[in-house]
Structure formats: C-alpha cells, structure tokens
Design a protein around this ligand. Sequence first.
Ligand SMILES: Cc1cc2nc3c(=O)[nH]c(=O)nc-3n(C[C@H](O)[C@H](O)[C@H](O)COP(=O)(O)OP(=O)(O)OC[C@H]3O[C@@H](n4cnc5c(N)ncnc54)[C@H](O)[C@@H]3O)c2cc1C
Length: 497
Amino acid sequence: MTTSPPKMTKKIIIIGSGFSSISAATYLADSGYDVTIFEKNSSFGGRARNFKAKGFTFDMGPSWYWMPDVFEKYFNDFNKSVSDYYNLKKLDPAYRVYFGKNDFIEIEDNLEKISKTFEKVEKGSSKNLLKFMTEAKNNYSVAMEKVVYKPGKSILELVTPGTIKRLRYFTTNIKSEVSRYFKDKKLRQIMEFPVLFLGAKPENTPAFYNIMNHADLGLGTWFPEKGGMHKVVESMIKLAKEKGVKFKSDQNVDKIIVRNKIIKGVISNGVEFYSDIVISGADYHHTETLIPYNLKNYNESFWEKKVFAPSSLLFYIGLDRKINNLTHHNLFFDVDFNKHASEIYDDPKWPESPLFYLNFPSLSDKSMAPDGCENCFILIPIAPDLEDTEEIRREYLNIVLKRIEDISGEKIVDNIIYQKSFCVKDFINDYNSYKGNAYGLANTLFQTSIFKPKTKSKRIRGLYFTGQLTVPGPGVPPSLISGKIVSSEVIKDYPNQ
Ligand SMILES: Cc1cc2nc3c(=O)[nH]c(=O)nc-3n(C[C@H](O)[C@H](O)[C@H](O)COP(=O)(O)OP(=O)(O)OC[C@H]3O[C@@H](n4cnc5c(N)ncnc54)[C@H](O)[C@@H]3O)c2cc1C
C-alpha cells in the first residue's frame, strides 16, 4: 500500500494589519495556508485603528462607509454576511456641505430627495442629476464586474466591451464632465467632492471615476453601529481568526530575508521568522527599504515623480456637551476650493484658508462618547512632507474652531475636555508612510490599474505587495479588494499541495 506524501502547508507572513493585509490573510487562510500577521503598532487596523481616552472612542482614520456592496461581497466570499458581524445604519442626512455662514446644502439618503434639493438650487438640474447618475451607475457596474478586481498586469484586462464603449470617460476628466451637467458652483462642488477620496484634483481624475458619485449619492453613506469604522476591523479580525490567521502586535518587521532572490522570511524585533512567502501591506516605498537595494521594483526617482494623495492634519476632540447645529458628517467648502487644491498639489504649502471636514460619530453612536458628551474629528487635507510642528497644529486648530463657530454657530472652543492631533510626523512614525501621505497614491489616469506599483516583486520569488498603493487604489473598499487580488496571485503561483 502506498501512502500519499504529507500535505506541506506553505507559511505566509503578512506585514501590517490594515484592511488589505487582513483581507489577504483571510482569503489565504481559507485556502489552507499558514498565515501570520506582523503589526508594528500595539493595535490592529492600520490607518483605521482606534483609541480610547477619557471615555471617548476615536476612529483614527476612515469615517465614511461607502460601497456597502464591496463589504458584503467580502463576507459572502466566506459564506458570511455583514449582518453576521455588525449592523449598518444608513445616515440621513448623509452629510451637510457649508458654503458660507448658515448657507449649506444637506444631502439626504436617496436620489429622489437629493434631486429635489438640486432643483431648488438650479432649475433643470434634477433631470441632469438623474442622467448623470444613470451613467455613473453604469460605469460602477462595469468597474465592479470588469475592472477593479483585476491584478493590473496587462492593458488587456481593461479591454472589455463595457470599457471600450466607455472610452470617452477615460479621456475626459470629472471636472469637465460635471460642468457639462451643472452650472451652479455649489452643485458642481458637491459632484466633485467624492473623487477627492481618490487623492487627486477633479481636473486630473478621469471621468470614469464618476463611479464615486454612484457610491456617494446612489448607494449612500452608512455607519457601522456600536463601534463605528473600527467595528469593521474587529469583524474582519474575528473572521480571519476563525479561518486560523495568527495576529502579532508590537512586531516591527526590520528586514525581509532574501537568499538567492528567494524569500526566506523576516527579521522582526531582532528575531528570524521563517516563511515561504511574504506579503507586505505596509507602505510600498517602506517595504522596499527592507530588501536589498538592487532587488527593488522601483527606485527613488519613480516615487519622486508620483502624485501622492494628500496628508492630513487631524484632531480628535472630546466635548463636554451635545452638539445641536451640525450633523454626523460636515464639509466646510466655504473658502476657495481651487486655491486650497493648488496648495496641496501645485505649490505645496500650509493652506492660507483651508477646506476641512468635521465629523461627530457620537451623534449616530452614543457609545463613542460619555453621557452628555460628543466625540469630534476634524480633518484638514494638506500636501505630504510639509513642516509639522506643535505651533502649526495649534494655529490650524484655532483657525478651524473659529470657522466652525462663525459658519455654523456652534461654539465648541470652551467645551473641549480632550484633544489630540495627528499629522505628517505621526503618519511617518506610526505607519512608515512615504512623506507622511495619508492615503497612498492618487488615482490619476496614469496611476490607475496597470500603472499602479505591481503586486508582485519582479526580482524576488515569494514577495508580494498589497494595500492602498497597489490596485485598485486608496480607500477602505479598494483595500479589501486589493487583499483579494494579491491572495489570488499567491494561490496561482504557490498552489498549496
Ligand atoms: C485620515 C484618513 C481618513 C480616511 N478616510 C477614509 C474614509 O472615510 N473612507 C475610506 O474608504 N477610506 C478612508 N481612508 C483611506 C483608508 O483608511 C485606507 O485606504 C486604508 O485603510 C489603507 O489600508 P491598507 O491596508 O492599505 O494599509 P494601512 O492601513 O496603511 O496599514 C498598513 C499597516 O502596516 C504597518 N506597518 C508599516 N510598516 C511596518 C513594519 N515594518 N512592520 C510591521 N508593520 C508595519 C502599519 O503600522 C499599518 O498598520 C482614510 C485614510 C486616512 C489616513
């Protein structure tokens, strides 16, 4: 009688515990690989970590839950559903956009209501909105079915009947597309807002990314109840652990071990750990500092030439009273948008008069603040690599607190009982982020799909990359997709037998 050889389970080390890493880990563990996540920080979730202070719970990064279909698909891949792990609440209003003192537009929770709002601002715009949104929805379907789950290896991936029919959307930009449909400046700004998530100016973002308008106005803004965005991290970790993924925190990877151009493991906190495969969900540029210089995929000048998504100055603030005059998500577009954008991309400097985003998650989830208190998050987008000092942070806090008071009538300066800031230096220290970028590479035309940094090392067998710097790009849903893409590549290259 012959016995079959013992099954050799391949060992995989994944660097980082952001959404892409947890996603890749779960797919691979589900396919029988022995997967361990090494995270340098003491808590998991990467840019989506949270922390607790004085009874407040602060999500540190993402706060907009868009594209619920992508999260559902992720859990469905493991015969689970989002509702097995957390409940989603659709926000109404989804958000409010301020254009001046007591001058705002509220975006409600469905297209019918939103089109009525548009009509009040610009006659005829409701019809145009519906036309625009039909196109956006079609593009979204093509993107989801034919484009975003592709590994970005060959231009042929993009050549499908659906994309060929929509070629026009790749040769024009979202700014001119929006201006074909809407005349009013405020409506134009609302329609250009969603692509800001992709990290570039609207005029440099292909019109195909009107898929983000479908994500925004079509699919709506959601909130994971009882814990906010970190609830998603916790749920994904729970699922990953059910599949056998091991999680190690305070485990900085100092070096990736390579012998004869083949992966042998990593050195972490001075100790060698063996593995057949290493996947890095840490920032790409940083990962390549962990391997021999001559084996990198990209040199310094490659990164220097890239358009990075902005960095951010963030404030996590605890207030000792409830807020009445603002909603969960608030955008302050009451200053010159083009000037601020130029100070991020063309002539990088601290903005003279910043646009900013203000969020009160405790308006939707009381557990995120003590009784009678409110949890507040402020984000000012800025160019990466700017000088970052305590004085500058303080100066900008004063600027935005004053603007909040002047524009909305909410005076919060005297109610602050907790406050912490996070900026360029922290992005570098905490995440090894290149120049302190907040969310990776911008999705300009020539940084989309096949133009993204590759998911696989060209020179080292067994080394892979995932995360917001690879396909499909920045954001939580793309990071989930990125983990799935890289896991498929690994499964193809290293069948687990
Ligand atoms: C302020 C902010 C707001 C955002 N808002 C939204 C939003 O509202 N909606 C949305 O969809 N997206 C948003 N994003 C984007 C989204 O959060 C990111 O695209 C996504 O979380 C990135 O996930 P990732 O897997 O690429 O990596 P990351 O989250 O960056 O994780 C990488 C991990 O690698 C670890 N690491 C680095 N070096 C090492 C090392 N040497 N050893 C071990 N570990 C290492 C880091 O500590 C980190 O945990 C926001 C991002 C920021 C920063």
